[in-house]
Ligand binder design. Structure first.
Ligand SMILES: Cc1cc2nc3c(=O)[nH]c(=O)nc-3n(C[C@H](O)[C@H](O)[C@H](O)COP(=O)(O)OP(=O)(O)OC[C@H]3O[C@@H](n4cnc5c(N)ncnc54)[C@H](O)[C@@H]3O)c2cc1C
Ligand code: HEM
Length: 366
């Protein structure tokens, strides 16, 4: 099934733009109500659904990773206003679009493979959505917006009621300046009694949402926050020492976990490697050092790729972490850009770190 799915997708991939046009055309003609769920201007901001769908369907041979992710995704999709009937329409449009562009590579067996894989995923998402009693999203008011540099802001929001996330998880967020463009952000604090959540947002070149958040967020703006997702976190029961590897704003979920651990008092040894290209990327280093001063179990190691500074390791995070060995007795958490995650995880595997000890959120699409 997986081989057929991957091989047939490879045939249409060079024409991905045309496939997407056909897919959305078909979807909006068989289920016109779904048009409302997508970004207003799809020519400029191309929707992420088809790209996401194909990416996820190709993971059908990794059920242990995929099923928990799909359950979270199903709960999360309620925020778009997705209902059961939409799933069938999306499945029909997906198969219809692939068939149209696959030419001779398409056959009834290939069609069955895509339809089956999609059906399993859609069912998993729908079941999880139906079983969830939480709201589809939480309103949260911006109570603080600090611009740390031209491309980085710390934003604090006060949800109307507690968002039930665990330290290390991420949340999807919609801001009033960019309706219908939800993006994932990681809280940088563990859940607090007053519910306030801190986000670190870095604007990316040509980024629709991140540039708007960094440049145009106002106090009093009301954000919408989707249900918690992701599997980063520390399981206290293991009592194992911990290694955290964080690139750029990937420090946010690590800080949330440290925040939670600091509340426990007694902890195993924790090393945090915090990396970036230049010293601005280490914007949270002083905060981490402050936490380390009061918590002797914590060691912070800054790493820079493009600058040499005293007390700072030189190289990529993958270089710096593996220079110290395999860390095979540790639980390892990795967070950062998709490229940084890929490089770090693959170098650690080569160095001898067992795969089942490394946790990262794998289904990133950017
Ligand atoms: C699990 C998860 C957690 C995340 N947590 C955070 C967080 O805590 N803080 C934060 O600032 N961001 C975080 N992100 C990234 C965030 O969700 C957005 O993808 C990012 O802000 C870009 O959105 P945009 O609308 O500005 O860019 P888009 O308009 O979606 O994209 C514009 C262009 O930028 C490129 N691009 C997108 N993301 C990046 C990137 N990271 N680096 C370089 N180029 C990029 C795109 O390919 C595209 O070409 C997280 C992402 C994931 C998957
Ligand atoms: C198996 C079924 C499905 C899977 C695996 C899936 C997966 C995804 C993923 C991973 C994203 C997020 C992309 C990102 O922001 O990074 C997404 C976005 C989205 N999905 Fe789904 N989805 C499914 C079904 C549906 C259905 C039935 C609908 C209803 C029409 C839907 C509507 C949307 C919308 C509106 C978005 C946001 C689009 C955008 O940002 O442009 N999805 N989907």
């Amino acid at each position: 099934m997986v081989r057929m799915i991957r091989e047939s997708f490879a045939v249409v991939e060079p024409r991905a733009d045309e496939v997407a046009k056909f897919f959305y055309g078909m979807l909006f003609s068989i289920a016109p109500a779904t048009r409302e769920l997508f970004p207003v201007n799809m020519e400029v901001q191309r929707s992420r659904l088809l790209r996401a769908l194909v990416h996820v369907v190709q993971m059908v041979d990794r059920p242990d990773d995929l099923i928990p992710f799909l359950r979270q995704l199903g709960r999360d999709h309620r925020k778009f206003g997705v209902v059961s009937a939409h799933y069938e329409a999306v499945g029909t449009a997906l198969v219809g679009a692939l068939k149209r562009f696959c030419g001779d590579a398409w056959s009834p067996t290939v069609e069955r493979a895509w339809a089956e894989a999609y059906k399993i995923m859609a069912r998993t998402m729908q079941d999880a959505a139906a079983a969830d009693d939480n709201p589809a999203w939480w309103p949260a008011q911006v109570v603080d917006h600090q611009r740390l540099s031209w491309d980085l802001a710390v934003v604090r929001v006060q949800p109307e009621y507690q968002v039930p996330y665990r330290a290390g998880q991420y949340l999807s967020v919609e801001v009033p300046q960019r309706p219908r463009l939800w993006r994932y952000l990681s809280p940088a604090n563990a859940p607090r009694a007053d519910g306030v959540i801190e986000f670190h947002v870095r604007s990316v070149a040509d980024g629709w949402v991140s540039r708007s958040v960094v440049g145009h967020t106002r106090l009093g703006d009301v954000w919408r926050i989707g249900p918690p997702m992701g599997r980063l976190g520390y399981d206290r029961r293991t009592r194992r020492d911990l290694l955290m590897v964080a690139g750029g704003t990937g420090v946010a979920p690590m800080r949330a976990i440290l925040d939670e651990m600091a509340g426990w008092g007694e902890n195993p040894q924790v090393h945090v490697f915090l990396g970036g290209r230049s010293h601005e990327d280490l914007y949270d280093l002083e905060n981490l050092r402050r936490i380390a001063m009061g918590n002797p179990w914590l060691t912070v190691v800054p790493v820079l790729e493009n600058e040499r500074l005293p007390g700072v390791e030189h190289g990529t995070l993958a270089d710096a972490v593996t220079r110290h060995g395999a860390w095979s007795d540790r639980d390892v958490l990795v967070c950062g850009s998709p490229g940084m995650i890929r490089a770090t995880v693959s170098r650690m595997l080569v160095a001898g770190t067992p795969l089942d000890r490394i946790k990262y959120d794998p289904f990133t699409l950017d």
